[in-house]
Design a protein around this ligand. Structure first.
Ligand SMILES: [Zn+2]
Length: 426
């Protein structure tokens, strides 16, 4: 009997035990980041499996990237399977690193226990389940004997949880995600099995210091308190900036709804002498106070505008508040990104969700960022989305899990989407 897309779907269903086992095998390699444990082992595990199934496999160590050492090599794996004739390339990218398990687990976080139709463990949801689903989807398509032009690629990359510099950013800088080489990228991050994530907001982190003059705490009038100056800054945030940001809505379909606007968080605050032995600091007027701000912005805003708004507020204090001085240092920035909703990768994935689940996928943007930022900015490839199994809110939590049904359904969606992208005309 000739293979059809429907028989590929049945093939995936028949392999659901294998999909569970592959997820479990990946979770049992504890690739905790930091420090970046067992990356090489995990990359080689994935690479040898794909090599046995006819993929050309390359390992790329991100030498010199943050955290890379002989003890903790930043080893990425890229596997490519070329089709019968030339054509487009569909790339599935998953990060192999996971965050530390933390406390509060009722399961061993690295045992990948199967219980009541769910696999529990660190990385089941974020995102080894998604990576396993992509592998089974690609293998099932290739083994079906359907004639497919172009190429399918699968990469397992490191350090997504710490910014992706030794992973997707490193590969993108070396052309691995450039248009011409890769046409469509799907990242099976846990965005829920019926949601297609087209991008994320922008990020600007900066350190802000207010400066004062030290003096004895019994005579504060002889000094100038950096903490009081910072208080004035926070007051402006509270009453001017934050309400203005909250009023700034966006066309980006960010979820949850509270993130569908500009936001500002103060990630930390430090000021004054450290407390000594008796739990008391020495009595001094504080001469330096620092905060780290975390500003998330929208496609409707520019990074320059976001920074100018902040310096405008601070310069206003310089003019209006006696003795106010500040220093602002950039720490980290990411531009907002959004794939074209009408573009091929979004359309193909939507159609696949409709066919597999019988309902419309919702189109969302992520409140935070993920490796799509590097594919967009460095790789210059807009045709990139995140779609994968797992519930977003479970990521990084104790008792993280992925449901087996979601794994199987997402594998089907990924196979259908890849098939549509490889065979589409023109
Ligand atoms: Zn993730």
């Amino acid at each position: 009997m000739a293979e059809t897309l429907e028989s590929v779907m049945r093939r995936i269903e028949a392999r659901s035990d294998e999909l569970v086992a592959l997820t479990q095998d990946l979770v049992r390699i504890p690739t905790v980041n930091p420090p970046g444990d067992a990356y090489r082992e995990c990359a080689q595990f994935l690479g040898s499996r794909l090599a046995r199934r006819g993929f050309d496999v390359e390992y790329v160590r991100a030498e010199g990237s943050p955290g890379d050492s002989d003890r903790y090599p930043r080893t990425n794996i890229i596997a490519r399977h070329a089709g019968a004739t030339p054509g487009r390339c569909v790339h599935f990218n998953g990060h192999i690193d996971v965050v530390a398990p933390g406390n509060g687990w009722s399961f061993d976080p690295f045992a990948a226990t199967l219980s009541n139709g769910r696999i529990y463990g660190r990385g089941t949801c974020d995102m080894k389940g998604g990576l396993a689903a992509a592998v089974i989807a690609a293998e099932s398509l290739l083994e079906s004997g359907l004639t497919l032009p172009g190429a399918i690629e699968i990469s397992g990359t490191v350090d997504e949880e710490s910014g992706g510099y030794g992973g997707v950013a490193y590969l993108a800088e070396r052309g691995w995600f450039s248009p011409g080489r890769v046409d469509h990228v799907i990242i099976p991050e846990p965005l829920n099995v019926d949601r297609v994530c087209i991008g994320h907001r922008g990020v600007w982190w900066a350190e802000l210091e207010t400066q004062g003059r030290i003096a004895h705490g019994s005579m504060p009038f002889l000094g100038d308190s950096a903490v009081r100056h910072m208080g004035a800054v926070l007051e402006r945030f509270e009453h001017e900036l934050m309400p203005a940001l909250a009023a700034r809505r966006t066309v980006m379909p960010v979820v949850p709804d509270g993130a569908r606007q500009s936001t500002l968080n103060v990630n930390s605050i430090h000021g004054g002498e450290a407390e000594g032995h008796g739990g008391l600091p020495s009595p001094c007027v504080v001469d330096s106070c620092r905060i780290v701000i975390d500003r998330r912005f929208l496609v409707e805003e520019t990074l320059e505008g976001v920074k100018a708004e902040m310096t405008g507020l601070l310069d206003g204090l310089v003019k209006g508040r006696k003795g106010f001085r500040y220093r602002l240092k950039d720490l980290f920035e990411v531009l907002p990104t959004m794939a074209d909703v009408e573009g091929p990768v979004v359309s193909a994935t939507r159609a696949a969700v409709r066919a597999v689940l019988g309902r419309e996928a919702s189109i969302v943007c992520s409140p935070g960022t993920y490796d799509q930022k590097h594919i967009d900015r460095i790789g210059k490839l807009k045709e990139c989305i995140a779609y994968g199994p797992g519930i977003l809110e479970l990521a990084h939590q104790p008792d993280e899990y992925v449901a087996v049904d979601d794994l199987v359904n997402s594998a089907k969606v990924l196979a259908r989407a890849a098939h549509a992208l490889l065979t589409r005309t023109p």
